[in-house]
Design a protein around this ligand. Structure first.
Ligand SMILES: CC(C)(COP(=O)(O)OP(=O)(O)OC[C@H]1O[C@@H](n2cnc3c(N)ncnc32)[C@H](O)[C@@H]1OP(=O)(O)O)[C@@H](O)C(=O)NCCC(=O)NCCS
Length: 177
């Protein structure tokens, strides 16, 4: 796998699980990315820290380029009011400004979804721009609802055929204000 750095030069890019040494770099890049995002609460780095502290970071993947952390994606368990299990929420996803539009976000999400499939996950939800998440197969629909957000921004992806789920979705308490 490869991506290009800020100068456009192709470099090998590695997607791997976070280690304790990455925590500071992850927080820094999340703050830098969301400072430029259209929709941001300013709490994204804190959410990842809270998930980590509560041992609810099912996957915390980083993209490393030339030894630098340039991207991060978090996946954590969600609950659904119909009692369905094995569903996860993707987010936050952040790529260091300067490294955007070079496939870093795509590599992180692809790898995360592959790893979720490998652990038998039934599905994944995401709150975000439909134009971005559509490419991974996420679709908005009436079956899964996140209260308080416009329906088109809340999308889901079944990872298994037997993954029919219907109801109100709740993220981990780490996402609460
Ligand atoms: C969104 C983000 C993670 C994308 O990372 P990235 O590494 O630039 O993404 P990729 O290079 O894999 O994909 C880029 C593609 O997505 C498109 N894209 C990027 N952000 C998009 C958005 N918000 N809406 C629609 N399309 C978007 C680009 O146009 C590009 O399309 P192309 O390949 O057809 O040219 C990054 O821009 C970021 O960190 N943004 C700030 C934080 C944020 O908004 N996170 C997502 C919250 S839901």
């Amino acid at each position: 796998m490869s991506a290009a750095n800020g100068s456009g030069k192709l470099l090998p890019m590695k997607i791997r699980a976070e280690t304790a040494e990455d925590n500071e770099a992850i927080a820094h890049l999340i703050r830098a990315a969301f400072a430029l995002a259209e929709h941001a609460s300013g709490q994204e780095a804190r959410i990842v820290e809270r998930l980590r502290a509560a041992d609810r970071l099912t996957l915390s993947l980083i993209a490393e380029d030339g030894g630098h952390v340039v991207g991060h994606a978090a996946f954590s368990p969600v609950t659904i009011s119909d009692g369905s299990t094995g569903w996860y929420g993707l987010g936050p996803v952040a790529v260091l400004p300067g490294c955007w539009r070079r496939g870093v976000g795509r590599s992180l999400v692809d790898q995360g979804l592959q790893e979720l499939r490998a652990i038998g996950a039934r599905g994944c939800v995401v709150l975000g721009d439909p134009a971005y998440y559509r490419r991974f197969g996420f679709r908005a629909g009436p079956d899964l609802v996140l209260p308080g957000v416009p329906g088109e921004y809340f999308q889901s992806l079944r990872l298994r055929r037997d993954a029919a789920a219907k109801g109100v979705v709740a993220y981990d308490a780490a996402f609460e204000d």
